[in-house]
Ligand binder design. Structure first.
Ligand code: NAP
Length: 259
């Protein structure tokens, strides 16, 4: 299927590794010119070089912290009129709710709620005026089924989800869709570090914990980030203009609900 994206421009946040990187790759393969962001410049530049070499797409890098207003402004200056915006950021640390103070909560809200909201605010009107826009927010399966040790994530991402549900119905008339992709366990550094924390807490080895987690998924495996990237590219496609305000879970069937 030709996704109708050749020559479009995308901002993909937090994209030097993991799921963001996979989204940038999949979009670039569809002929999208991507502006990618992360804080660590050398890792970001290496990812950009790989994307250019394997897809031929134009790749611009912005090494900055996307949770700050300055970082958001830098990314927008590099790509002022994006057709596609993929919001992503590192996830907050696991822990016990008793240990989190106001600063911890503000950091989580900036990373997993407010940065996405401000980037949507900065880009949605232009997309509507140009009659094409695709916004995808990477959230988490924790929005549907909270993960005990990730209270900061459960809370902040649910706030973003509520906001998106409201505005996605206002933009779709202008061919601008806003959807959330909810990853379950995908094989990335972040997933492995979370498993390490829960293994330590329960006195098991990392290998034991990871094997148990893998076997416990109905698919019998972790998700491959490339599968996630391709789902993102489809939601960004010309054909996906009638899909908005949705929360699409990619978890190998781990969430047990009928809907
Ligand atoms: P990852 O492999 O750790 O990659 C995170 C990426 O984000 C890196 O490129 C990192 O680069 C960048 N980043 C982190 N903080 C940033 C910031 N403040 N500004 C700009 N870039 C930043 O993580 P992942 O597994 O792809 O996860 C992506 C998101 O999905 C996270 O929010 C995670 O919690 C969520 N999620 C993941 C899973 C999973 O199984 N993988 C499941 C549910 C939810 P720098 O560190 O250099 O900035």
């Amino acid at each position: 299927m030709d996704l109708g994206l050749t020559g479009k421009r995308a901002i993909v946040c937090a994209a030097s590794k993991g799921l963001g990187r996979a989204c940038a790759f999949s979009l670039a393969r569809e002929g999208v010119n991507v502006t990618i962001n992360a804080r660590t410049r050398d890792v970001l530049d290496a990812t950009a070089a790989e994307i250019r070499a394997s897809t031929g797409a134009e790749v611009t890098t912005v090494a900055t912290d996307i949770t700050t207003p300055e970082g958001q402004a830098e990314v927008l200056a590099a790509c002022p009129e994006p057709d596609i915006l993929v919001n992503n950021c590192g996830g907050p640390p696991p822990g016990d709710f008793r240990d989190w103070d106001r600063d911890d909560w503000v950091k989580a809200l900036e990373a997993n709620m407010l940065s996405a909201i401000f980037l949507i605010k900065a880009t949605a009107d232009g997309m509507m005026a140009r009659k094409f826009g695709r916004i995808v927010n990477i959230t988490s399966s924790a929005v549907k089924a909270p993960i005990e040790i990730l209270g900061l994530s459960n809370g902040a991402r649910s706030g973003l989800t509520g906001f998106v549900a409201g505005i996605a119905r206002q933009t779709v008339r202008h061919n601008v869709t806003i959807n959330n992709l909810l990853p379950g366990p995908f094989d990335t550094e972040r997933m492995r570090s979370n498993v390490r924390v829960s293994a330590e807490a329960s006195g098991r080895s990392f290998d034991e914990a990871i094997a148990e987690r893998r076997a416990g998924n109905p698919a019998g495996r972790f998700g491959d980030p490339a599968e996630f990237g391709d789902a993102c590219a489809y939601l960004c496609s010309a054909q996906a203009g009638y899909i908005t305000g949705q929360n699409l879970l990619l978890d190998g069937g781990h969430y047990p609900g009928t809907f």
